[in-house]
Design a protein around this ligand. Structure first.
Ligand SMILES: [Zn+2]
Length: 165
């Protein structure tokens, strides 16, 4: 609406309403763009967007598994709900495919391309390298596929921190 000059105030009304409801500050509201309101970054849409994402992912994963044949070299692993990358990497099977050190290094390279959220800022400023490592190792994968022949491990999806409640 702001882009086509239908509104002079470009701040997100959904975020404002959500923050008003929990008496949070309505300063620094994000811009009300199509991309924003369709993302989990919008306070007013986060629950809905996350729920839709979860349903679509479960169906997609069920289809992937249904296509899996007994002769397939892929092995599907669904870790416990509480398993973090760190706990999984205590297992020999994972370590043999990729060492903890190599994975930490690679995760930092990818982590640098991701947004540092406001509530993470202090930890990031204190030690960026440690921040990227901790953020990665504390994440919980939804599903993992292992191809032992090619020594490849696919992390299909990470849980959102809000999914773990
Ligand atoms: Zn919003």
């Amino acid at each position: 609406m702001a882009k086509i000059k239908q509104r002079s105030d470009v701040s997100c009304r959904l975020c404002k309403r959500a923050r008003d409801q929990c008496s949070a500050s309505t300063g620094n509201l994000p811009e009300d763009t199509y991309g924003h309101i369709n993302s989990a970054f919008c306070d007013g849409m986060a629950t809905t967007v996350t729920a839709a994402h979860r349903v679509i992912w479960r169906r997609l994963y069920a289809s992937i598994q249904a296509a899996h044949t007994p002769t397939s070299i892929l092995r599907f692993v669904t870790p416990d709900k509480e398993s973090s990358m760190s706990t999984l990497w205590q297992e020999e099977e994972f370590k043999q495919i990729c060492s903890r050190e190599s994975l930490t290094e690679e995760a930092a390279n990818i982590g640098k391309t991701m947004i540092v959220k406001e509530h993470e800022r202090a930890r990031y400023d204190f030690d960026p390298t440690m921040f990227y490592a901790n953020r990665f190792w504390n994440r919980s994968p939804d599903d993992i596929v292992i191809n032992k022949n090619h020594r490849t491990l696919y992390i299909l999806e990470f849980k959102q921190s809000s999914d773990r409640n």
